[in-house]
Write a protein that binds this ligand. Structure first.
Ligand SMILES: [Zn+2]
Length: 570
């Protein structure tokens, strides 16, 4: 997901990054790509994210509704910052005894009429809920809500009638629970549905949404764009954009030979820059398809539209929104483009079961940035990308991060946990896990427990300890103080006597495989051994090939662990 404006740190970092690029030479282009995005407002104390089920937004009755399809007709009036809506939900009750129909819709919108299977019915709209009195009940039912108003601007950018250089630009960011600021919906993660969007704005505007363009027609100086999805999407990824866009296209070919169009929607002033910055998308989608499985929306498109949220990007299904400040013409933000493209697999297709599982979105998308670097630049780029995200000040569990769903912990520690999982199970099993997890849960929802089960099925290992310490229970980054000495035996064999002490506060011990690299005068003599650390105070004696000079723990960088040298080196 996305970002925010009042972030001075963010702007100063952008400036810093820009100055690196300008100075050139000294730093490689890889370094210039270091950047902040969504997670950046972890530095702010955000209060507008909340967990599902605990905030009065979702009600138990909503779990008994399965919306099959939304028809969303929006008449957009940017000058007045108002819209007229006509939205029909096609749905079934999953419980035949269900008598209540309760969905989400913010009560600031003025409802003109609600129709239940075609006939007018009573309703009540209070706070964020719309409760409709059912009339005749069929197997499949239709509720149509006709309304108008100015949607609230909540969360990151729930619905915005924005303006840039005197031109209007309309966009939205629903995640996590703001879809119902602009259309009535069953805003529950597990209730995915298909969509038809009819977006009407003045004829000069191009309007875009999820899915494919079905038709476009004019009436009274206004133009309607009709977009349709054939894949079921979670409500938080439903999106529209409308502005004086300049468009251009590309394509990529899937492994099965299908051509997937890539459509870009740039601000007129950014067209040339966008053409430079966006050109890597075909390669990004190809690489990610090779890593995870076929691009999930291959029968539709991938799209990128500029929007005015200046905090980053939002991975709306098949039509990512990119903050206009992330289009520079200097290819500074490829990591973000990779991140958002990866969300098409992780989030938009395999969706989290609850918001407590948000790391399954953000950790996967963040690790995808490193995997992409590895695929394009080689294995060293994987480790340098991960080093960039190495921090020792993560607080709290990764699972159920509380009110701040988009903290850097969710992103960066999430990425590190996947990286450490790869170290724990090995490359073959790790990529088999990604493939199987995607295959099992595509177009569905997955919990952290579901992922754990796939990991255990594929690796044939009990990963309870791994998930407990890194995901469910562990709240801090482990800190290991170490000492070592060399002992010589009677027969002149050398031994390393190693002692490690985990000193992180208030937590149980961490277990991890640790690579120890023994260093010699002649680097060709260097070699490594991997030991399993499984105690708070851990002692081990290792027989050496010959007396060494020094050692390095975790030389490549597989572990999110701080190692402190407590040797005295007499
Ligand atoms: Zn993300």
């Amino acid at each position: 997901m996305p970002f925010m404006k009042k972030n001075i740190l963010y702007f100063s970092l952008i400036f810093f990054v820009s100055s690196l690029v300008v100075s050139g030479g000294l730093f490689s282009s890889k370094i210039s790509r270091t950047h902040p995005y969504k997670d950046y407002f972890s530095v702010l104390n955000q209060s507008w994210f909340f967990n599902d089920d605990e905030d009065g937004y979702n009600f138990p009755e909503q779990k008994l509704i399965n919306v099959l399809h939304y028809t969303v007709k929006l008449d957009l009036f940017p000058e007045q910052k108002r819209l007229k809506g006509d939205v029909t939900l096609q749905f079934v009750f999953t419980d035949s005894l269900q008598k209540f129909f309760k969905i989400n819709f913010y009560d600031n919108m003025r409802i003109h009429k609600v129709l239940w299977n075609g006939s007018s019915t009573n309703y009540s709209n209070f706070k964020t809920s719309l409760t409709v009195t059912p009339k005749v009940l069929y197997d499949t039912n239709y509720v149509e809500i006709i309304y108008e108003g100015r949607p609230k601007n909540l969360g990151l950018s729930s619905f915005v009638f924005g303006e840039i250089n005197g031109t209007s630009l309309i966009y939205n960011i629903n995640e996590p629970t703001y879809a119902s600021t602009w259309f009535p919906c069953n805003d529950v993660l597990t209730d995915k549905a298909t969509y038809d969007f009819y977006l009407t704005n003045s004829a000069s505007k191009i309007s875009v949404a999820n899915g494919l363009l079905v038709e476009k027609y004019d009436s009274n100086g206004r133009t309607t764009y009709h977009w349709r999805t054939q894949y079921e999407l979670p409500t938080y990824t439903a999106a529209i954009y409308s502005s004086d866009y300049k468009t251009f296209s590309d394509k990529f070919i899937t492994a099965s030979g299908d051509t997937v169009p890539i459509h870009y929607y740039a601000l007129p002033a950014h067209l040339n820059n966008a053409k430079i910055d966006f050109e890597e998308h075909a390669q990004i989608l190809k690489v990610l398809s090779q890593l995870f499985g076929e691009y999930p929306f291959a029968k539709e498109k991938y799209g990128v539209a500029e929007f005015l949220w200046q905090g980053g990007a939002m991975e709306n299904a098949t039509i990512t929104g990119i903050g206009s400040n992330f289009v520079t013409g200097a290819k500074m933000f490829t990591d973000i483009y990779v991140h958002e493209a990866a969300h098409q697999w992780w989030g938009n297709c395999v969706s989290p079961a609850t918001w407590k599982d948000i790391w399954l979105n953000e950790g996967f998308a963040s690790y995808s940035e490193a995997l992409y670097d590895e695929a394009v630049f080689g294995i060293d780029a994987l480790f340098s990308n991960m080093r960039k995200n190495f921090r020792t000040d993560f607080e709290g569990t990764l699972y159920n991060p509380g009110s701040n769903l988009f903290s850097s912990k969710v992103y960066k520690k999430g990425a590190w946990v996947l990286h450490m999982l790869r170290w724990e199970v090995g490359d073959d099993d790790f990529f088999a896990i990604l493939n199987q997890y995607f295959d099992l849960y595509k177009f569905k929802n997955a919990s952290t427990g579901d992922l754990k089960k796939v990991c255990e099925d594929v690796s044939k290992k009990d990963l309870s300890k791994f998930f407990d310490q890194w995901v469910y229970k562990g709240e801090k980054v482990p800190v290991v103080n170490y000492r070592w000495k060399i002992k010589q035996d009677k027969d002149s064999t050398y031994y390393l006597v190693l002692s490690l002490k985990q000193v992180q506060k208030g937590e149980t011990e961490y277990h991890f495989p640790l690579e120890v690299k023994f260093m010699y005068d002649n680097p060709e003599d260097n070699y490594s051994e991997t030991i399993l650390v499984d105690e708070l105070t851990f002692e081990k004696t290792i027989k050496l090939k010959k007396k060494m000079n020094s050692l390095i723990f975790d030389p490549k960088g597989w572990l999110l662990i701080e190692f402190n040298d407590f040797n005295t080196y007499e």
